[in-house]
Design a protein around this ligand. Structure first.
Ligand SMILES: *[C@@H]1O[C@H](CO)[C@@H](O)[C@H](O)[C@H]1NC(C)=O
Ligand SMILES: *[C@@H]1O[C@H](CO)[C@@H](O)[C@H](O)[C@H]1NC(C)=O
Ligand SMILES: *[C@@H]1O[C@H](CO)[C@@H](O)[C@H](O)[C@H]1NC(C)=O
Length: 297
């Protein structure tokens, strides 16, 4: 499977995940709560259990790359049985997020699973573990095949999809693009109006347009350039209680747009989770990851 095919599939699954989280069991029982609220009821589950909601957990772990195609084909994913492959997927998730790899839905694991996160899969094509090989504290990752923009471009144009809110232009330029200048070999130029000349195209999608409820954003690897933010999230510019800092989430999504995958360094911008009222700045791990990607020329 080429990585393009993979991303087309990942995005299709992403839409399915959104459909499930809004129309399925979780919604009927827990209106207005987090789409991942069903996970709370799975606390303590382990291999051998058969509990309603396990199926949704399997779909979640499949979307993020922890349960692969093989499990989808033999229909393991379509039931509520906590089988061996789910245990193994859960252990990998726990390792990626620096949790004890118990393979059990313990309190720490369930708490993390429920938090809104970036919708880009952690594991792509079954090849990229977030914990990349190498030194102890550097865990950045690139997408399979290390896709990147041609360094000869020098300037990447970015623009907003038609109808997007315009108050984001200045904060995104300042807090999400500018920090990558000098780290990735590009400058960034906002183009107004004509998206056909934009390399990076940014849009806001709400759940009626297929955005998964607990997703902060979603981005395709280079040189696709499409970035989506969740229009239903409470966004702020800077650290504000009850809201997500768009600058920080933008810094993360543009890291993907430039070619970085997820990192298991919690302080890194490329860690898949951003808390409410949390602002982050580029970490050594992000910087080393980006420089390594564009150093090979
Ligand atoms: C980005 O990838 C998606 C999914 O494969 C595709 O639908 C879209 O057309 C691509 N956009 C560009 C600009 O290549
Ligand atoms: C947008 O830019 C492209 C490429 O420069 C050009 O061919 C096209 O005519 C432009 N469209 C509009 C509406 O300006
Ligand atoms: C959204 O954020 C604002 C601050 O920007 C806060 O006052 C409000 O309570 C938040 N709403 C929710 C639903 O969290």
């Amino acid at each position: 499977m080429t990585s393009n095919t993979f991303y087309a599939l990942a995005f299709a699954c992403f839409l399915t995940l959104s459909f499930l989280s809004h129309t399925g069991w979780a919604h009927r029982n827990m209106r207005k709560e987090s789409p991942y609220e069903f996970m709370k009821l799975l606390k303590g589950c382990k291999q051998g259990d058969n509990v309603e909601g396990i199926q949704q957990l399997k779909k979640f772990l499949h979307h993020f790359g922890y349960l692969n195609q093989k499990h989808l084909n033999n229909r393991d994913i379509d039931d509520d049985y906590f089988d061996e492959s789910l245990e193994s997927a859960l252990k990998t998730y726990q390792l990626n997020f620096n949790l004890k790899p118990t393979g059990v839905l313990d309190t720490e694991t369930v708490s993390l699973l429920m938090i809104p996160r970036c919708g880009v899969p952690d594991i792509v094509d079954g090849k990229t573990r977030m914990k990349s090989a190498g030194s102890y504290n550097i865990k950045y990752a690139h997408f399979p095949g290390s896709p990147r923009w041609p360094v000869t471009k020098k300037v990447l144009n970015w623009g907003l999809q038609h109808g997007s809110r315009r108050d984001v232009i200045e904060p995104l330029a300042k807090y999400s693009f500018q920090p990558w200048v000098g780290i990735a070999p590009f400058t960034f130029n906002f183009v107004d109006g004509n998206l056909s000349i934009a390399d990076i195209k940014i849009g806001f999608l709400d759940k009626s347009q297929g955005m998964a409820g607990n997703t902060l954003g979603f981005t395709y690897p280079p040189t696709n350039g499409t970035v989506f933010f969740n229009a239903d999230m409470n966004w702020s510019f800077g650290a504000t209680p009850g809201a997500y800092d768009l600058g920080t989430v933008g810094l993360h999504e543009f890291g993907h747009a430039l070619g970085l995958a997820h990192s298991s360094v919690e302080a890194a911008v490329m860690w898949p989770y951003t808390g409410m009222a949390q602002t982050k700045h580029l970490h050594d791990d992000d910087i080393k990851g980006m420089k390594a990607l564009y150093a090979a020329s």
